[in-house]
Design a protein around this ligand. Structure first.
Ligand SMILES: Cc1ncc(COP(=O)(O)O)c(C=O)c1O
Length: 401
């Protein structure tokens, strides 16, 4: 009899987020005594604001250390509904808000709830890798929308329309976008919602970076154009805005007909998110947007430093990021001159020059020729990291010349 001790094909084929693998490698090199500048991982370097931490400590002291209802504590769900009202002037039923273990679980559960074998899901490429991996995991067919640098990496509704077929189940949008920093305009978003409404498909809108936006731009959400909330699934969370990545708290706002099925799956996977993280998040919302604004001010200065440094390096360029905290650096001249792809370049940068960045293809095939750097880091590290990159490129291109 053949052995049954194998791994399922679903597990074997599952995609993972490469940034964590690079972080692991960079930490190994650091442990060997190498100096590494970390520009690879997408997380705020700020500490979680102290009033939020204190709320968690208080919750722990009060004995809030048990299971909560699967979709989270009602106070927090109501506070999210209130904030949604303030942000978009749209009323959502707090009962359709479900807390999750990070926005990542929110993406996974949303796809688990709607994707059938063979369904097509449109998503941005380059884009957050959990989209493509999640679509595949549930037997769907990923339909990448190739973002173009000449469109500043925006996903236009014309492009979306051209990919919609009778098999399309959903369109995933992410504004501000990881990794390109692109921000969709109000019209872009309205256009996508119109397509979704006319074809009877979902829009999954990942708004995890919604407050991290620059140059006076305003974030828009499909929720503004779908007030009946039939088509729109909102993914959001506390990780980025409040520097709470380790607290693992995200949420979904779902169409009413999806709420129960989603909560059934959440129940199955995690039962509920961490209780004291939820009390901390409640305080984060009650505390207003002061701490977020402070962080965004600092990201703005850091973005400026990144733009300055990139402009000093020959043969590379970068579209000015309009939101999130990533620069997506075009290194196509370097890959061409050195005959190295972006993944190999990123390895050389890490191993020989002590700067950890993410190769563009970690964010999808269309990321070839780019490197993603996070500017959620100190100005000194950003400057030093890009200088190391510049030295590397000078040496690598002169070797080949
Ligand atoms: C676009 C996007 N969505 C979701 C997430 C996941 O966030 P969380 O840490 O809350 O799971 C990330 C994290 O990098 C992200 O960039």
């Amino acid at each position: 009899m053949g052995s049954k001790l194998g791994v399922s094909s679903r597990a074997l084929q599952a995609g993972a987020e490469t940034a964590f693998l690079i972080l692991g490698k960079a930490k190994e090199l650091e442990a060997q005594g190498k100096s590494i500048i970390h520009l690879e991982i997408g997380e705020p370097d700020f500490d979680t604001p102290s009033y939020i931490k204190e709320a968690a400590i208080k919750a722990l002291s009060k004995g809030e250390t048990h299971y909560t209802p699967t979709p989270g504590i009602p106070e927090l769900r109501k506070a999210i509904a209130e904030r949604t009202m303030q942000d978009f002037n749209v009323e959502v039923d707090w009962k359709d808000i479900s807390l999750t273990v990070g926005a990542k679980e929110a993406i996974f559960v949303s796809l688990a709830t709607i994707v059938e074998e063979g369904d097509e899901v449109i998503y941005p490429n380059p884009g957050y890798p959990a989209y493509e991996a999640g679509i595949r995991f549930f037997g769907g067919t990923p339909k990448p929308l190739m973002l173009k640098e000449e469109n500043e990496f925006r996903m236009t509704s014309e492009e979306v329309n051209s990919l919609v077929s009778s098999k399309t189940k959903a369109i995933i949008i992410n504004s501000p976008e990881n990794p390109t920093g692109s921000v969709l305009s109000k019209d872009d978003i309205r256009g996508v919602v119109e397509i979704a409404k006319s074809k009877g498909i979902y829009v999954i809108s990942d708004e995890i970076y919604k407050y991290i936006i620059y140059d006076g731009l305003k974030h828009h959400s499909p929720i503004q154009f779908d007030s009946s909330m039939q088509n729109t699934i909102i993914i959001d969370g506390f990780s980025k805005s409040y520097a709470m990545t380790g607290w693992r708290l995200g949420y979904i706002i779902s169409p009413k007909h999806l709420t129960q099925p989603m909560q059934k799956i959440l129940n199955l996977i995690t039962s509920c998110p961490s209780s004291f993280s939820q009390f901390a998040a409640l305080e984060a919302l009650r505390g207003g947007l002061g701490s977020v604004k402070n962080m965004v001010e600092q990201y703005t200065t850091r973005r400026k430093a990144l733009i300055e440094e990139v402009s000093q390096v020959e043969d590379i360029s970068m579209v000015k990021p309009k939101g999130a905290f990533y620069g997506f650096i075009n290194v196509k001249n370097i890959t061409r001159k050195t005959n190295l792809d972006s993944s190999k370049l990123a390895s050389i940068l890490l191993e020989n020059y002590g700067v950890a960045v993410l190769h563009g293809t970690a964010m999808g095939s269309n990321g070839e020729g780019y490197l993603r750097v996070s500017f959620a880091n100190s100005i000194e590290n950003i400057r030093e990291g890009i200088r190391r990159m510049g030295n590397a490129f000078k040496e690598l291109t002169s070797k080949k010349a």
